[in-house]
Design a protein around this ligand. Sequence first.
Ligand SMILES: NC(=O)c1ccc[n+]([C@@H]2O[C@H](COP(=O)([O-])OP(=O)(O)OC[C@H]3O[C@@H](n4cnc5c(N)ncnc54)[C@H](O)[C@@H]3O)[C@@H](O)[C@H]2O)c1
Length: 258
Amino acid sequence: MRRMFSLKGKLALVTGAGSGIGAAIAEAFADAGARVVVTDVSAGSAAEQAARLTRKGGQAESMELDVTQETACEAVAAEVDRRFGRVHILVNNAGVGHVGRLLQTTTADLERLWSVNVRGVFQVTRAFLPRMIAAGGGAIVNLASIAGIVAVRDRLAYTTTKFAVVGFTKALALDHAREGIRCNCICPGRVETPFVTKMIAQYPDPAKARAEMEATQAIGRMAEPREIAAAALYLASDEAGSTTGTAMIVDGGWTAGK
Ligand SMILES: NC(=O)c1ccc[n+]([C@@H]2O[C@H](COP(=O)([O-])OP(=O)(O)OC[C@H]3O[C@@H](n4cnc5c(N)ncnc54)[C@H](O)[C@@H]3O)[C@@H](O)[C@H]2O)c1
């Protein structure tokens, strides 16, 4: 019998996979038998992660991709098609954060977050979708956040963009379900990655900020990137054939109740 959650024979592309959650997703997919195209705005970190997966016996390639550059998104989609063939799984993981309420958020801050977290997801998906439809379908997994389900205090711009990612996910799922496209998003709470480490360092008392962040989750700790990668593996797999348009919460119980 075929192993559950096997990605054997699949080609997956992950954005922002040079670090944190994206790197863990690339690793989980390679471990499950997929060939993975590791992309990041930092070509060096993408190459480093792909080399790490190859050393472990996985199949991985790396490419530079800045998701804010529309022509680059289209060029990468065309190049992947030419060099590696059909993409079955697309993970829109690249994302950036900002700490602040409205009056600590400039228009430039909002635009920086919007260009990566929303326009980036839009542009990358727009570049790959026609090829995925033509090839008979595929799975798209977007990294939203628990800030796309409930507002997170002092994260006005981030919350705004992540609500948009959840909306984008549901609209795309609805529009393309009959063409074999499934589109879901994951809504993590706090995950121990460089994203969070950098954010904590911005607080006047980083140790206190960390303790408070850990306490927001009912489990009393942050999630590990591999725990988010496990959700991505399920959503990308054929076992999730009936799962589309969902926002899967992996928040350590943060929003389960007060
Ligand atoms: N860490 C958390 O607690 C947490 C919680 C909820 C959601 N998320 C989301 O998960 C995703 C990954 O977060 P992470 O914690 O692994 O972050 P991270 O900062 O560790 O990694 C993000 C990666 O994205 C890349 N990136 C940044 N801008 C890019 C661009 N324009 N084009 C391509 N790549 C770009 C970075 O180079 C980096 O390698 C993000 O969308 C984030 O919003 C994270």
